[in-house]
Design a protein around this ligand. Structure first.
Ligand code: NAP
Ligand code: ZN
Length: 351
């Protein structure tokens, strides 16, 4: 085993602070990675503060981080896809059973026995898995991804969660050129949704609560921007969307968006606020509309997404921060004040 520097939370109310953790020695099929950048997902904050206690209660100490990009330092004897020196990435999962129907379909995110990158039982060391707010990580090669060389590493790290979580539903529901697509919430996920919808040729409309983000939304690829608190603006889009993706982190009224969908159209939730939300059935009945959810994406699809980003030169717009600023970054996330993803420069952990 080796020691690694990391940042952890000791309880739901304590700030993240420096710690030291153990990482396993690589097995035959493992890849050891020195982490260069780790994106900061709002899920990290939900988990650290135990806001998902009903679904996945947090085990402390908690070391979040599932948008990991780094350099391979060592590989096991049976590893074929990576060698020392390669740039590699790890997202929200580090293992799954590999035998269930979901795994066989390449949708490991729906495996009944997954191992998520943090806060899940660690099959190797006991306790729970520790995420990417650390110097290094050791992961089975099946869950390690290749990153196209042309992508900036700090901006590519967030593709591992914000990227795949928005790419996957657009792909699954067949969003294509000429369709009218809405993206609700211009945060880490939302801004990637805008980039992907635009790259797919959709007429892309951003719904935001932040008037200060209108110009950025257009620069990121939006054809139209709607301030979602303005009921008149919202009403102008009634019954017109083919697809709406909701990437909001806080409680909000989904019933405000359903009337904007056209006949037989879909609204998909990727945002995971703490509390349940009521839905008026009339908003679905009138127009045979569907409301669905989506969770990250499988490993094969994540690689496809990274390759798509390589071809279209897509990365996340990031504010690079040292790990020492992580608690301030969380406070800014709560205020919807990030442009548009924090990416931690892990070199700061050495200082
Ligand atoms: P984020 O960067 O904090 O962005 C969230 C955005 O939601 C904000 O920028 C803001 O956009 C909007 N918002 C915030 N409070 C709001 C409110 N009270 N009413 C309406 N809009 C509000 O968060 P993120 O990292 O993108 O994550 C978004 C959500 O997705 C989180 O709940 C996260 O846990 C979840 N998530 C899910 C998956 C999955 O697999 N399904 C994966 C990753 C993350 P505006 O300023 O534009 O309004
Ligand atoms: Zn995430």
């Amino acid at each position: 085993m080796s020691k690694a520097k990391a940042y952890s939370a000791a309880s739901a109310t304590s700030p993240l602070a420096f710690t030291t953790i153990e990482r396993r020695d690589p097995t035959d099929t493992d890849v050891q990675i020195e982490i260069l950048f780790c994106g900061v997902c709002h899920s990290d904050l939900h988990q650290v503060r135990n806001e998902w206690s009903g679904v996945m209660p947090t085990v402390y100490p908690c070391i979040p981080g599932h948008e990991i990009l780094g350099r391979v330092t060592k590989v096991g004897s049976a590893v074929t896809k990576f060698k020392a020196g390669d740039i590699a990435a790890v997202g929200c999962m580090v293992d799954s059973d590999g035998t269930c129907p979901a795994c066989k379909a390449g949708e490991e995110q729906f495996c009944p026995n997954p191992t998520l990158t943090y806060n899940f039982p660690d099959k190797h060391l006991g306790g729970v898995t520790y995420g990417g707010y650390s110097e290094s990580v050791v992961v089975d090669e099946r869950f390690v991804l290749r990153v196209p060389d042309n992508l900036d590493p700090a901006g590519a790290a967030p593709l591992l969660c914000a990227g795949i979580t928005t790419y996957s539903p657009l792909h699954h529901w067949g969003v294509t050129k000429g369709q009218k697509v809405g993206i609700v919430g211009l945060g880490g996920l939302g801004h990637m949704g805008v980039k992907f919808a635009h790259a797919l040729g959709a007429h892309t409309v951003v719904f935001t609560t932040s008037p200060g983000k209108v110009e950025d939304a257009r620069r990121l690829g939006a054809d139209e921007v709607v301030i979602s608190k303005d009921a008149n603006e919202m009403a102008k889009h009634a019954f017109s969307f083919d697809f709406i993706l909701d990437a909001v982190s806080a409680d909000h009224d989904i019933n405000a968006y359903l009337p904007l969908l056209g006949r037989d159209s879909h609204m998909v939730l990727v945002g995971a606020p703490e509390k349940p939300t009521p839905i008026s059935s009339f908003n679905l009945i009138l127009g045979r509309k569907s409301l669905s959810g989506s969770m990250i994406g499988g490993i094969k699809e994540t690689q496809e997404m990274l390759d798509f980003c390589g071809q279209h030169n897509i990365t996340s717009d990031v504010e690079v921060i040292p790990i020492q600023k992580i608690n301030e970054a969380y406070e800014r996330l709560i205020k919807s004040d990030v442009k548009y993803r924090f990416s931690i420069d892990m070199a700061s952990l050495k200082s």
